[in-house]
Design a protein around this ligand. Structure first.
Ligand code: ADP
Length: 267
């Protein structure tokens, strides 16, 4: 079966999908044997959409992000990122990655951390974004000269999001970026991330363990089942936009979360 996530209304005319997976299988062989992390994944993610990836531990969520980002190669199947091989998209800096750990360099200020990919890349590209503007976008105006140890966990993760956006990627891959934060900070960052998404038009693939986070953020939620990692269901999130936190208390949201939970129980 093939799964197609819905398109962002402002990008309805854009032709090439942001991500396309056809029959993607990833196997890892270790001394303990072979694990099928992903089996035969078919997925189309249109430009500008926000897709949440939800599933139990070990269902291949991180592996899916890593094959799309060209950090690992699939065992079989085909992947396209903006119509190109992931390797080309990576080299062209079309892909940004945010991990659970902000991984900032402690001896560099917030601004210097955001600027790092531009220095490493060396090339001035028209897609590059102004690091100060990005820090403002993630709510860190006035913190440009602060060092990581002066920032809270949430602020450090905001810096890492700004850093991932500095080369102007068309695709942002986020692997449980808020998993280590307290609930209130996580809620705030969820809302802020949607504002970043709305203002940049970047396609986002967002891995989470949290049903509420997946439902609140995504236009669709891709539910994966484990052993082997496979698509269980693509759930449309039909909630009004722009999303704001109080919506999580509405009957529609509670019903959606209940559905996700019931499917998850079978994954
Ligand atoms: P998730 O992100 O959903 O928790 P992962 O993508 O991390 O799942 O892992 C999927 C499966 O692949 C797991 O069984 C995991 O143990 C296995 N796996 C992931 N990466 C490797 C690796 N580098 N070597 C061996 N097995 C791996």
């Amino acid at each position: 079966m093939s799964y197609q996530a819905q398109i962002h209304p402002s990008l309805a005319a854009t032709a090439l999908p942001a991500v396309e997976c056809q029959g993607v299988t990833v196997r890892f062989t270790t001394e303990r044997g072979t694990v099928t992390a992903l089996e035969n994944i078919d997925l189309t993610v249109p430009q500008g959409s926000f897709l949440s990836l939800l599933g139990p531990s070990g269902c291949g969520k991180s592996t899916l992000l890593r094959v799309v980002a060209d950090l690992i190669a699939p065992t079989s199947g085909k992947i396209r990122v903006n119509g190109e091989a992931p390797e080309v998209a990576r080299r062209n800096r079309e892909i940004g990655f945010v991990f659970q750990d902000a991984a900032l360099l402690p001896w560099r200020t917030a601004l210097e951390n955001v600027m790092l990919p531009l220095e490493v890349g060396g090339v001035r590209r028209s897609s590059n974004r102004d690091p100060r503007e990005l820090l403002a976008l993630v709510g860190l105006s006035g913190w440009e000269e602060a060092y990581p140890h002066e920032l809270s966990g949430g602020m450090r993760q905001r810096v890492s999001i700004a850093r991932a956006l500095v080369s102007g990627p068309k695709l942002l891959l986020m692997d449980e970026p808020f998993g280590a934060l307290d609930e209130i900070t996580r809620d705030r960052l969820n809302e802020e991330l949607l504002q970043v998404w709305e203002s940049t038009g970047t396609t986002i693939l967002f891995v989470t363990h949290s049903i509420y986070e997946a439902a609140f953020l995504g236009q669709e939620v891709l539910l994966l089942a484990a052993r082997p990692g496979r698509v269980r269901e693509l759930v449309d999130v039909n909630l009004p936009t722009p999303r704001r936190l109080p919506q999580r208390e509405t009957a529609e949201f509670v019903e959606l979360a209940g559905h996700l939970r019931r499917v998850l129980e079978t994954c």
